[in-house]
Design a protein around this ligand. Structure first.
Ligand SMILES: [Zn+2]
Length: 94
């Protein structure tokens, strides 16, 4: 019996991606990952404002785009149940 070959197409795709120029990236730190309420520190995608968000997940995930307190645009895309606090902080990466 042959064993199924694992992920040949995915390997080709990642080879292709390595040849693309680097895309815009966003720095994030997850805190309290083992607790119901997690804290996430990140920079706004648009203006790089440092932000700390509290969110919780009960398994009912949805795509959320909380607004940046500084520029008002979508600061980040999160897949979680609810974001209930979002606060501007000095960015730890600047
Ligand atoms: Zn912003």
């Amino acid at each position: 019996m042959k064993t199924p070959i694992e992920r040949p197409k995915r390997r080709e795709a990642s080879d292709d991606q390595q040849e693309l120029p680097p895309t815009k990236c966003q720095k994030m730190v997850f805190l309290d990952c083992d607790k119901p309420v997690r804290r996430i520190i990140f920079e706004c995608y648009h203006c790089r404002q440092g932000i700390i968000a509290q969110c919780h997940s009960n398994g009912n995930l949805q795509r959320l785009e909380p607004a940046c307190p500084n520029c008002g645009k979508s600061a980040i895309r999160l897949e979680t149940t609810e974001v209930f606090e979002i606060t501007a902080i000095p960015s730890p990466w600047q």
